[in-house]
Design a protein around this ligand. Structure first.
Ligand SMILES: [Zn+2]
Length: 85
C-alpha cells in the first residue's frame, strides 16, 4: 500500500469499517509512514473533537451551567404547570 492508497482508505479506517487485508495493510503503512501518521492523527483528533461536541459536552463553566439550569427550572415552575401526556 502506498500513501495515496492509504489516504483513500483513511476515512473507512478511522470509522473502524475496514476489516481483513485492507485493515492489515493500512496498519502496516501507518506504522512505517511518518507523513500518513501525521495526517491520520490530525484527522483522528478533529473527528474526536467533533464527536465530543456533538455528544453534548458542556462548554460552560459549572457555576454558569447551574445558574442557567436554575433559571430555566424556575421559569418553568413559575409559568403554567407542565402538561405531561
Ligand atoms: Zn504514507
Amino acid at each position: 500500500m502506498n500513501c495515496r492508497q492509504f489516504q483513500l482508505r483513511m476515512s473507512e479506517f478511522l470509522d473502524g469499517d475496514l476489516i481483513g487485508k485492507p485493515l492489515t495493510e493500512c496498519r502496516e503503512h501507518l506504522r512505517k509512514c511518518a507523513v500518513c501518521q501525521r495526517i491520520f492523527e490530525s484527522c483522528r483528533d478533529t473527528i474526536a473533537r467533533f464527536r465530543r461536541d456533538a455528544a453534548g459536552a458542556c462548554p460552560l463553566p459549572a457555576a454558569l451551567h447551574d445558574k442557567v439550569m436554575h433559571t430555566i427550572q424556575s421559569r418553568r415552575n413559575s409559568s403554567r404547570p407542565a402538561s405531561r401526556p
